[in-house]
Design a protein around this ligand. Structure first.
Ligand code: NDP
Length: 345
């Protein structure tokens, strides 16, 4: 239970006690209580409502020393304020880590270590739940919007393949592909996910990579080859897709979740991909979404408009309880989520 007494709160936070090795283990993190002081001028006290669990946390946290609060973003409500720009009751989206309460100095707003725009007031989201600030109207939504459109430069009539298709980013990329007039093929890890992509998200075709042969199915679904590939997973799936691309195909390399639990220094680093790149004359580009930090609002505004027009569907897999953050994180890495994985405090 969170105790509150005269502007003093006890925060709960997850401390990284051991770096992840292979699959993250519950014992790698520890829940610790921290007494927060009273806030000072220009400070606000926020209380987490929704926390995000994202794939990048798995490899990215290795850059930090043990003892840090586990990294991550959250939607938090301002419960106390000594800053006129940040009134009580407003919500912010911030990279505050896995913690229930945080004091923020509003005069010291800088981009976080990932480069995501610092803490910002949750943008106008109509009557959608605040959790969308972590998904379709936040970092994953902008990843899909900019990472697909800017890098793949899609044209109507082309064929798009998306891996990790039923996740937070992939499900949006495929739908943006449909909005732009492409034929969209999604690769995902269960029949239920594939059904959702076809029936609700409007994907033309899907491949369940756990039960079907991706190369064989893709040959049938895109006999003339693939123009755009949005890669969320890396590994064998991606090598297979790249061999079936058209001349001058474009690949947006967004993520590589198939290797996040692997010790890449102890393994061969690539399957043989280069002939596909050379002979198909592919353009392959990796990106980090913060590249578009100065256009952040553009992505949010466009995705919101598409939602309101009924063109963009989103789903969230919500885990309840701050004490279940680890399970939500580990479950997401194993594919238990459809759409955005979120924790509601
Ligand atoms: P998702 O919601 O897609 O969740 C992760 C999904 O990955 C799981 O649900 C699972 O679905 C799939 N998965 C897990 N292991 C494997 C595997 N071995 N092979 C294939 N699929 C696997 O996460 P996000 O949408 O948030 O992120 C998707 C990707 O985009 C990640 O790689 C992430 O790191 C990257 N990303 C990159 C950003 C950037 O700036 N470059 C920004 C945001 C995300 P399934 O059941 O289908 O296996």
């Amino acid at each position: 239970q969170i105790k509150k007494s005269h502007m003093m709160v006890t925060c709960k936070k997850y401390v990284l006690v051991k770096h992840f090795k292979g699959e993250p283990k519950p014992s790698d993190l520890e829940i610790v209580e921290e007494q927060l002081p009273a806030i000072k001028d220009n400070e606000i006290l926020v209380e987490a409502e929704y926390l995000s669990v994202d794939p990048y946390m798995r490899p990215y946290v290795a850059r930090f020393p043990t003892g840090i609060t586990m990294i991550g973003s959250q939607v938090a409500k301002i419960i106390e304020s000594k800053s006129s720009k940040y009134p009580v009751g407003k919500r912010i989206v911030g990279s505050l880590g896995w913690r229930t309460h945080t004091i923020i100095n509003t005069e010291d707003q800088k981009a976080d270590s990932l480069g995501t725009p610092g803490n910002y007031i949750l943008p106008e989201i109509g009557d959608l739940p605040a959790s969308v600030g972590l998904g379709v109207l936040g970092m994953p939504g902008n990843t899909a919007y900019f990472g697909f459109l800017d890098i793949c430069q899609p044209k109507a009539g082309e064929t798009l393949v998306v891996s990790g298709a039923a996740g937070a980013v992939g499900s949006l990329v495929g739908q943006i592909g449909k909005i732009k007039g492409l034929t969209v093929i999604g690769i995902a890890g269960s029949d239920d996910k594939c059904q959702w992509l076809k029936n609700e998200c409007g994907f033309d075709h899907t491949i369940n990579y756990k039960t079907q042969n991706v190369g064989v199915e893709l040959k049938k679904l895109a006999p003339d080859g693939v123009d755009c590939y949005f890669d969320n997973v890396g590994g064998d799936i991606s090598t297979t897709v790249m061999y079936q691309m058209k001349l001058f195909g474009r690949v947006s390399v967004c993520g590589s979740i198939s290797s996040y639990n692997a010790d890449v220094n102890a393994q061969p680093k690539t399957t043989i991909l280069q002939p596909a790149i050379v002979f198909n004359q592919l353009k392959i580009e990796g990106f980090i979404v913060t590249r578009w930090a100065d256009k952040w609002q553009e992505g949010i505004v466009q995705n919101l408009k598409w939602i309101q027009e009924g063109k963009l569907k989103y789903r969230e897999t919500v885990t309840y309880g701050f004490e279940n953050m680890f399970n939500a994180f580990a479950g997401m890495l194993k594919g238990e989520n459809t759409g955005k994985a979120i924790v509601k405090v």
